[in-house]
Design a protein around this ligand. Sequence first.
Ligand code: NCD
Length: 335
Amino acid sequence: MDFQGQHIVSIEQFDLQAVEAVLQLAAQMTPYVNRQKGSRVLDGASLASLFFEPSTRTRVSFASAFHLLGGKVMETTGMGTSSLTKGESLFDTAQVISGYADAIAMRHPQAFSVSEFAKGATVPVLNGGDGANEHPTQALLDTFTIFDELQRLGKAQSPIRIALVGDLKNGRTVHSLSRVLSIFPKIEFTFVAPNALTMPEKIVAQCDDAHHRINFTQDLIQGIQNQDIVYMTRVQEERFETQEEADLYRGKYRLTQSIYDKYCAPNTIIMHPLPRDSRLEANELSDDLNKNPNLAIFRQSQNGVKVRMALFALVLGVDKQLAQHEVAINWRSRQ
Ligand code: NCD
């Protein structure tokens, strides 16, 4: 895949070689993320960050990634402050913003809206989540994390066993993650969800067509046993018709340290795209796991910066020029 000038709207665009290229480049971003050296490779470039739905880590990590490569970021957040509420089409907004920026990161509440927007854009558009559909950059950072964590534990076994737990119907991260993992050899998926929130048929079919083993259960305890990774998710309450309906499922699956100790295989890696819903009635990933060394959630969110740096470098065609544009981090020496 030739990345330069491409939009990143769906994980469907990636084959194994393309995913590996992103992961390898992301690993090279570690010294920049750790502030051991700086980069000016995107000096003079601007990112438009358009987030029409709540976001903390995706929005800030896109911005952090662009800044760390030496670029500048312009932000607009929320639908209320945008001309989309005046009836402007996604196409027109895309044309306009393309005149101001060299790349666009976008999140929008409607499925497929970001690919619609990309049709009007003349600069690369990166999908930061389109409704319940996809979250391709999260899937790439999740994949990076899975391999990084398995390596940390010295595990090189095959198949990789992963339980995806929670609202698999509305969770875009689990959709994109299942899709990207399905292009790797030998994955064993366990989908743990209430019947009403099970993984969409299209995604199950994709994993099945790639000849992976797939298990289904509604039972958390059964689902989390004998796994390498347990990937917890939040009930996507904003996608339900009513709060009452969402409340039927919040709190149904809760992973705590005592459940982990009793049922999970030693060194099971715990992931979550975050935010975890820490309110008492939900609490799908208990705070009492915070000292568990296999709780990878904050390493996972940190990896988002590396992966997004790699994607910017690739789509803007500067991935081979990083070494030439390294700079010292001077503010540190002034401390
Ligand atoms: C997720 C999202 O927005 O899809 N968060 C994220 O981007 N890391 C998951 C969620 O909101 O539950």
